[in-house]
Design a protein around this ligand. Structure first.
Ligand code: 5AD
Ligand code: SF4
Length: 449
C-alpha cells in the first residue's frame, strides 16, 4: 500500500490547467466545491463546466447511502476508457466517499490519480501537481479538529443564494450515519468572520444566505449560540432572507424558535429530521429524543412560529424495525403533517455503529414497500398544504428557470415552497409577489401581482 500512496506534502510542479468539478450529495458538498474552486483559482487553475475541456476532473462525492457510491462508481468506471485515450487527464476523488473508503478506492479504480477528504482541500494543488508532473498517485485523508477554511472565500457559482458553512463535522453518532467518520468532529467558525462574509455577500448583491453545517444548530463559539448567530447575520443590511440546514431536533431551545418567530428575515422553515416514529427505534438510532418528545417539539415550533413550514427526513427499514414500528412512523407523519419529507431506505454504511452491531435484517422488498407507502402518505399531506395556499398572495425569490419550461420562473416562498410562474419583465434574483392559482404535491403555480 505505501508505495502506491505517496505523501502529498511536497511542492507542486505544475500549477496551471482547467479543472472540471462535479458535485454529488448535500449542500455542504456544493459549498465545499466552491471552496475547492477558490483554492485552485489561487494556484493558477481555472474552472470549466465542460468535462471534455478539462485537464483535471474532480468528483466531490457523497457516502451517505450506497446509491450515492454506485453513482460515482459508474462515473469512475466510464473514465477508464477516457483516460486511455487522454493520457494527460488527471482524475481526483474528493469528499465523503474518499474519506470513507480511503486507499481502497485507489486500489479499486486505476483511473483515479488521487483522493482527498473534506478536511484536506488545502493539499489539492500539491496532489494535482504531483499527479501531473510526476505521475504520482496520492491520498490526503487526515481529519482535522480545527479546519474551517475560515480564510478562504468560496468561488460562488449560484448568484441568488450564498451558502455559508458556519460549522463542520458532527458529534452525534447516530448509529446509521457515516458523517461523523467522513467529516470528523464538530467545530464552529468565529461569528465575526461569518458576519463579515455576510456583509461582503450583501455588497455583492446577494439577498439570501443559507447557514450550513452537518449539525448546524449545535453551532456555538465562545458563548455565541446559533440563535445569536442567526440574528447577527439577519441584521446585515441588504440581506432579506436567512435560511439554515441541516439541524438536529435536540438543539431547538426556545430562544432559537423565538428568534425565528421575531425576525422577518429568518425564514420560517425548519427542517426537522424525524428518522423514525417508534421510541425503541429512535433509541437504537441514538437520536436523543422519544416519539413523544418529537411530537411536543413539533407542537412547540408550530405554536411559537405561526405558519412555519416543517420538513423532514425519514429512514425505512432500520435493523429490526417491525411493521408495527413502521406504522408509528406513519402516525407521527400524519400527526405533524410535514410540508415535505425525504424518505429513504436504510442503507448499511461501512464503519457505522449499526453496521458493526446489527444485521441489516429488513428485506429490501419490505424497505421498498415502506418507502412507497410513506411517499404516498406525504404526497397527500403536501398536496393538502399546497391547496390551502391557492388564492393567497406570496412573496417569492426567483432562483432560475423552471426545469420543465424555460419560459417560466422557479421561485421560492419564505416557507421554502417552490412556485412556478411566468413574467418576462422579471429576472433571476428578483423578489416579487405572486398569487397562487394551482397546487400540486411538489409545486405551486401562480400569476404575478
Ligand atoms: N441510510 C439511509 N438514509 C440515511 N441517512 C443518513 N444515513 C443514512 C443511511 N445509512 C439519511 C438521514 C439523514 C439524511 C441526510 O440522510 O435521513 O437525515
Ligand atoms: Fe453526503 Fe453527508 Fe457527506 Fe454531505 S455530509 S456529502 S450528504 S455523506
Amino acid at each position: 500500500m505505501t508505495d502506491l500512496i505517496s505523501s502529498p506534502r511536497q511542492p507542486a510542479t505544475v500549477s496551471t490547467g482547467r479543472v472540471n468539478i462535479q458535485t454529488f450529495g448535500c449542500q455542504m458538498n456544493e459549498y465545499d466545491s466552491e471552496l475547492v474552486g477558490s483554492i485552485l483559482g489561487q494556484n493558477g487553475y481555472s474552472l470549466t463546466p465542460e468535462e471534455t475541456d478539462a485537464d483535471v476532473i474532480l468528483f466531490n462525492t457523497c457516502a451517505i447511502r450506497e446509491t450515492a457510491h454506485l453513482r460515482i462508481y459508474s462515473r469512475l468506471g466510464a473514465l477508464v476508457a477516457e483516460k486511455q485515450s487522454r493520457d494527460d487527464l488527471i482524475v481526483g476523488v474528493l469528499g465523503c466517499m474518499a474519506q470513507n473508503l480511503k486507499e481502497d478506492l485507489l486500489l479499486k479504480f486505476p483511473s483515479v490519480d488521487f483522493i482527498c477528504g473534506p478536511d484536506a482541500y488545502r493539499q489539492l494543488p500539491e496532489l494535482i501537481g504531483r499527479a501531473r508532473g510526476m505521475r504520482q498517485r496520492g491520498a490526503a485523508v487526515e481529519l482535522s479538529e480545527y479546519e474551517t477554511y475560515e480564510d478562504i472565500a468560496p468561488t460562488r457559482v449560484d448568484g441568488v443564494n450564498a451558502w455559508i458553512a458556519v460549522m463542520r463535522g458532527c458529534d452525534n453518532f447516530c448509529t446509521f450515519c457515516v458523517v461523523p467518520y467522513t467529516r470528523g468532529r464538530e467545530r464552529s467558525r468565529d461569528p465575526k468572520g461569518i458576519v463579515e462574509e455576510t456583509r461582503r455577500l450583501a455588497a455583492q448583491g446577494y439577498r439570501q444566505v443559507t447557514l450550513l453545517g452537518q449539525n448546524v444548530n449545535s453551532y456555538q463559539y465562545d458563548g455565541t449560540s446559533f440563535a445569536d448567530l442567526m440574528l447577527a447575520v439577519a441584521e446585515v443590511d441588504g440581506i432579506e432572507r436567512v435560511r439554515f440546514t441541516s439541524p438536529h431536533p435536540k438543539d431547538f431551545p426556545r430562544p432559537l424558535l423565538e428568534a425565528i418567530a421575531g425576525s422577518e428575515r429568518l425564514c420560517s422553515h425548519i427542517h426537522l429530521p424525524l428518522q423514525a416514529g417508534a421510541t425503541r427505534v429512535l433509541k437504537k438510532m441514538n437520536r436523543d429524543y422519544t416519539r413523544d418528545e418529537f411530537l411536543r417539539l413539533a407542537e412547540l415550533i408550530r405554536e411559537t412560529i405561526p405558519g412555519v413550514s416543517l420538513t423532514s427526513d425519514i429512514i425505512c427499514g432500520f435493523p429490526t424495525e417491525t411493521d408495527a414500528e413502521f406504522t408509528e412512523t406513519e402516525d407521527v407523519m400524519r400527526a405533524v403533517e410535514f410540508d415535505s419529507a425525504f424518505i429513504f431506505k436504510y442503507s448499511e454504511r461501512q464503519g457505522t455503529i449499526a453496521e458493526k452491531l446489527w444485521e441489516d435484517d429488513v428485506p429490501d422488498a419490505v424497505k421498498s414497500e415502506r418507502v412507497t407507502h410513506l411517499v404516498a402518505v406525504q404526497k397527500d399531506i403536501s398536496l393538502k398544504h399546497h391547496q390551502a395556499t391557492v388564492g393567497k398572495t406570496v412573496r417569492v425569490l426567483i432562483e432560475g428557470e423552471s426545469r420543465k419550461n424555460s419560459a417560466e420562473w422557479r421561485a421560492r416562498t419564505y416557507g421554502n415552497a417552490i412556485v412556478v410562474f411566468a413574467d418576462p419583465s422579471r429576472r433571476v434574483g428578483d423578489f416579487c409577489d405572486v398569487q397562487i392559482k394551482e397546487a400540486t404535491p411538489h409545486t405551486l403555480r401562480g400569476i404575478p401581482c
